[in-house]
Design a protein around this ligand. Structure first.
Ligand code: SAH
Length: 217
């Protein structure tokens, strides 16, 4: 990624006061949050709020997640440099950029084509070459490149889509908010010797995951 020095001080504060203060410890995750210029992933009118402690609108009724949420979900994925990762819900492309710094390849699926196009341009400008984009229903995953070592869903699901469990590699980790349309609990699903384990973490609020194995349109 091309280094961006602007807003560095704000990024440092964001990492310290919002992310480290709430218990995220993984140095690689903290470093990625420090590097990715979040202000370049929001609309011009929000630039001055880009490093604040809340999600922001990215248009089309969608949001860029709160910085802490991005960091906490990424830490749960426990990524290794050689990992292949699937993201459902490209949105602004910010989470994809964080992932791309921590693994080998990111496959990201978005249902709103206008969002995907903006995200793709942003990541290209920043010099990322390890992110692949797909327009479609992410509740069906992206079978072509499966299995994935990590899968992250950045929209709230009524239940864990079967397709995603199927596309998870042995020892893989799937992070997904599950619950109602307005409140969810962050779930970590793991696969060990073909068996599925599920652990619940904190409460969160995401925009709905809309699709065949998600909410109806
Ligand atoms: N990760 C994003 C935040 C995404 S918000 C970021 O860093 O900015 C959730 C996104 O999920 C929205 O863009 C929404 O359009 C998308 N989405 C919802 N249902 C989807 C589905 N079934 N497949 C793919 N994308 C979906």
């Amino acid at each position: 990624m091309i280094e961006v020095k602007e807003w560095r001080h704000e990024r440092e504060r964001m990492v310290k006061e919002q992310i480290v203060a709430r218990g995220v410890e993984d140095e690689r995750v903290l470093d990625a949050m420090m590097q990715v210029p979040r202000h370049l992933f929001v609309d011009k009118v929000y630039v001055h709020q880009a490093y604040n402690d809340y999600p922001l609108s990215v248009g089309h009724g969608q949001t860029i997640s709160q910085p802490y949420m991005v960091a906490a979900m990424t830490e749960l994925l426990d990524l290794k440099p050689d990992d292949m990762v699937l993201e459902i819900g490209t949105g602004s492309g910010y989470q994809a950029a964080i992932l791309a710094l921590l693994c080998k390849m990111v496959y990201t699926v978005e249902r709103v084509s206008a969002l995907k196009e903006i995200a793709r341009e942003r990541l290209e400008k920043l010099g990322f070459s390890n992110v692949a984009f797909l327009i479609g229903d992410g509740t069906l995953g992206w079978p072509q490149y499966a299995p994935y070592d990590g899968i992250i869903v950045t929209a709230g699901a009524p239940e864990v889509p079967n397709a995603l469990i199927e596309q998870l590699a042995e020892k893989g980790r799937l992070v997904i908010p599950v619950g109602s349309e307005y409140f969810q609990t962050l779930n970590l699903v793991t696969k060990q010797r073909g068996r599925i384990f599920r652990k619940e973490f904190f409460e969160c609020t995401f925009v709905p995951l809309v699709g065949k194995q998600g909410w109806k349109e």
